[in-house]
Write a new protein. Sequence first.
Length: 153
Amino acid sequence: MPDNASPDNATVGTAEVTAAGIARLAGVGRAAVSNWRRRHADFPKPVGGTETSPAFALHDIEQWLRDQGKLAEVPLRERVWQQLVGHPSGTAAALRQAGAVLLLVHERWSMSGPRSGSSCAPPPTTPNSPACSPRCSTPSSPHGSARSTPSAD
């Protein structure tokens, strides 16, 4: 998926972002966000949070930043982060779910490999990356040998 991929609007519409998150999106400090709130009547209104730390609808903030020429696209890593911190069950639950999905994808990939004629390939690994540990190396890995299975003793 490209770095600026857009998820469906249903998930974006529920995510919230604080002033610190807005600052990260726009590449500015939190003081700039406070200034925008005071100086721009069309700045989105808070949808939650507290008076000292209001939360804004991520979709509305992204649109406002684009309209102001302060944001071309939201990087995928920032979009993922906002979805994790805005998860209804909390960040820890979102990370557990995301981790479980990634492990499942990794295991399925390791067992079956790419389909014939597929241009899909696993991400590159380096000797220091977590994906290149002795536990999960494969015969085709340049950094390890075949996966070992635990002994039954």
